[in-house]
Design a protein around this ligand. Structure first.
Ligand SMILES: NC(=O)c1ccc[n+]([C@@H]2O[C@H](COP(=O)([O-])OP(=O)(O)OC[C@H]3O[C@@H](n4cnc5c(N)ncnc54)[C@H](O)[C@@H]3O)[C@@H](O)[C@H]2O)c1
Ligand SMILES: Nc1nc(=O)c(N)c(NC[C@H](O)[C@H](O)[C@H](O)COP(=O)(O)O)[nH]1
Length: 278
């Protein structure tokens, strides 16, 4: 795949719908992440792990250039200090830069540092302006500190987009609507764990789910997603006369599209089923 000038064919096929108009009230949404065989996306205490092999990491950067927005939660933004750019792609033969996706961070309480790489890249002209989605705290004490952080981030160059929310988990449906009005036609959501959970719970918005599975094991201390699934096992146990029945979060509208070997990894694509109206 190295040196090639366009995204791999399987990715173009998996994301062919990006060429069509996005839904009226939201961008096209691709949820994507890399995991170990034991479904961990990071190490102990969220330590960043490079799980993807070099070919699938390159594939992820092709995916980035195919979208015009890329979203992460503030947990990832603070922990990994990511750049969310396309730096692994080979230079284009025509000398033009690859399209960069707009970095979008869900950061209700403004934990992001004004000196993070996303802000620095923008101020040194090598990245797009990061958009930070936030919400003002109700308490006046908290609000003063929040206002100071707000001003520092704006002064450093970020664009702050305020939404109404009383929760630390910002409402994805209205954020997607807002992003659409701001011109985002296609959004790649990269994680981390809490944001992946929220996406699965708002799963009708997921048009494509692309999971890279790397042949590694992280072990039980690693970070996994799935924490929002209700553990109703004990209730079901008593009702089922001892049969061990577990609650599953069904995601019926996602159907397997393709699985591709990319270098050392398997990349599994699920797509929204045409038959389910969402
Ligand atoms: N392997 C991968 O592909 C991959 C991808 C991204 C991140 N990661 C890893 O994930 C870890 C970070 O994950 P995390 O769970 O701590 O943080 P996260 O990136 O999921 O951010 C969660 C935070 O975002 C904010 N937020 C606002 N609205 C939200 C919403 N609707 N849903 C969810 N969060 C919302 C909240 O403050 C929340 O605490 C890091 O260790 C990072 O290395 C791995
Ligand atoms: N595809 C993929 N494979 C991995 O092994 C891994 N750890 C991530 N993790 C995604 C997470 O969002 C990281 O924070 C960014 O990948 C860092 O972003 P940059 O590389 O700095 O642009 N993504």
């Amino acid at each position: 795949m190295a040196g090639q000038q366009s995204p791999p064919a399987f990715l173009l096929s998996a994301l062919a719908h990006l060429e069509e108009s996005s839904p009226a009230d939201r961008p096209h949404v691709t949820l994507t992440f890399a995991q170990s065989l034991d479904a961990k996306i990071a190490g102990k205490n969220g330590k960043q792990l490079i799980l993807s092999g070099k070919d699938s990491m390159l594939m992820t950067h092709w995916m980035r250039t195919m979208h015009n927005g890329i979203m992460v939660g503030v947990g990832t933004a603070v922990n990994d200090d990511p750049q969310l750019n396309t730096r692994h792609l080979p230079a284009r033969l025509d000398g033009l830069p690859h399209r960069l996706p707009r970095p979008i961070i869900l950061d209700p309480r403004l934990r992001l540092s004004p000196s993070c790489k996303l802000v620095k890249n923008f101020s040194s002209n090598v990245g797009l302006q990061p958009w930070i989605i936030c919400t003002a705290p109700a308490e006046s004490e908290e609000r003063r500190d929040w206002q100071e952080r707000h001003e520092a981030l704006v002064a450093a160059g970020a664009l702050l987009v305020q939404v109404d929310s009383t929760s630390n988990l910002l409402p994805l449906p209205s954020i997607l609507r807002r992003l659409k009005t701001l011109g985002i036609q296609s959004l790649m959501i990269e994680g981390g764990a809490r944001l992946i959970d929220s996406c699965f719970h708002a799963s009708p918005f997921i048009d494509a789910l692309i999971v890279t599975v790397a042949p590694t094991l992280v072990g039980p201390a690693g970070l996994n997603y799935g924490s929002l699934i209700p553990s109703g096992a004990s209730i079901l146990l008593s009702r089922n006369l001892g049969a061990r029945t577990y609650c599953l979060l069904q995601i019926p509208h996602l159907k397997h599209h393709s699985t591709q070997v990319v270098g050392t990894d398997a990349v599994i694509v699920f797509k929204k089923s045409e038959t389910v109206d969402v």
